[in-house]
Design a protein around this ligand. Structure first.
Ligand code: 13P
Ligand code: MG
Ligand code: MG
Length: 398
């Protein structure tokens, strides 16, 4: 890919990981952030053109611009080394969950699949190139499904679909089935004609996750890139939520930055929260917000940037404006309503999402104590599971 003026394309990489936090799953220490900032800064003018380091809750996000392309080993190794170094600081400080998201000890060329969330995009810079980096904590990649569906598909939320001929031509979505672990199982759907198919998949936020969105008016132009990591699929056990990151280009042929606001103001219920096991609203928060003791409400920060020749301007902290205090309050109220019913569905996630959690031990033990009543003549009551009938936790909890 090269620009019409022959300039080499720019890669924007946003790589995010939780490698330790103070006093629980709250936020990284200043010392960890300093190590990360120093290490990216040392690469400016070498491997990197520019960089920013932010955190959302306990996750550190490295934003890097460079010309190495997506999935470049040198960039991924740098991110891995930074997380390793920040994780070692966390270990030295006795912080919680040190190196939590570094699920593999040996770097093997690509940080994807090792734990950290990766969103990368190779672009040819427009004369003005605005984009956002969305960083969420205490939730999963599917948490962005509704926000992206509403903004890229529904003129009730994004007037640009009617007002801009380019935006109105619609968008191409690539969606990944994150339950399929042998290979990346992916489908391509087009808005608007595939709208109901898109809706049918995207509603299942634990399974189908938007990976990328492209313009249909300009098919080479990518609007969004998202991380789709499922930590439990890598680790085989619960090791924290998947806390996604996304890069979203805005304006002109894409929805305007402000056209995303209405979707975020819905503060939708998403999976995540304490122990990654609850449904709670996604709260819009300023950058570098710690995760709250109030059942660690899922949260999302939005950083607005412009980039020219790889040099970043920003971030503008898009949810810091006082307007967002209203919606943050709504999220807290919705969350309090949900928390009022404790562990009863749908406050706690359904069994299919808890299958790697400790509750399964309890259900397995209980399974042995179930009996079948109404046994046929001559048959004695026996454990229900031995009959082949599904025991609690084996099927979908309804
Ligand atoms: P993180 O995924 O942000 O580490 O949170 C894990 C958790 O279980 C919080 O209760
Ligand atoms: Mg954590
Ligand atoms: Mg986190």
């Amino acid at each position: 890919m090269a620009g019409s003026d022959g300039r080499s394309p720019l890669t924007i990489s946003a790589i995010k990981a939780d490698v330790g936090s103070i006093g629980g799953h709250t936020q990284p220490s200043a010392e960890m952030l300093k190590v990360a900032s120093d290490m990216v800064a040392a690469q400016r003018g070498k491997l990197l053109i520019d960089s920013r380091v932010t955190h959302t809750g306990d996750d550190i996000c490295l934003l890097m611009t460079h010309r190495q392309g997506i999935e470049a080993e040198a960039i991924h190794r740098l991110a891995y080394d930074i997380f390793l170094a920040a994780g070692s600081v966390a270990e030295r400080q006795g912080l919680y969950g040190a190196k939590q998201d570094l699920l593999k000890s040996e770097f093997s060329g690509n940080i994807q699949g090792m734990g950290p969330g990766v969103a990368e995009m190779e672009i040819v810079e427009r004369p003005a190139e605005p984009f956002m980096v969305l960083t969420a904590d205490k939730t999963e990649p599917g948490a962005f499904n509704l926000l992206l569906y509403l903004t890229f598909c529904d003129p009730m939320y994004c007037g640009g679909l009617l007002l801009s001929p380019d935006v109105g031509k619609g968008f191409t979505f690539k969606i990944v089935d994150v339950n399929h672990t042998e290979a990346e199982r992916e489908i391509t759907l087009h808005a608007p004609e595939d709208l109901y198919d898109l809706a049918a998949l995207l509603r299942d936020t634990g399974r189908f996750v938007v990976k990328s969105i492209h313009s249909r008016a300009h098919p080479d132009e990518q609007a969004a890139s998202l991380s789709t990591t499922r930590l439990k699929n890598i680790a085989g056990r619960y090791v924290g939520k998947d806390d996604p990151v996304a890069i979203v280009r805005t304006q002109k042929i894409f929805p305007a930055t402000e056209e995303f606001g209405l979707a975020f103001s819905k503060v939708p219920y998403v999976a995540g929260d304490c122990r990654g096991s609850h449904n709670m609203p996604l709260a819009p928060v300023p950058l570098n917000t710690d995760s709250s003791i109030f059942y660690c409400l899922p949260m999302v920060a939005a950083a607005g940037y412009s980039v020219k020749d790889g040099i970043l301007a920003g971030p503008v902290d898009l949810f810091k404006n006082p307007v967002w205090e209203v919606f943050l309050e709504q999220a807290v109220r919705k969350g309090a309503e949900m928390r009022a019913q404790g562990f009863f569905n749908p406050a706690m996630l359904g069994m299919e999402e808890l299958e790697y959690g400790g509750i399964m031990e309890r259900l397995k033990a209980l399974d042995r104590r179930f009996v079948l009543n109404g046994a046929r003549d001559g048959e004695r009551a026996r454990p229900a599971s031995a009959s082949g009938r599904k025991a609690p936790g084996q099927g979908r909890a309804r």
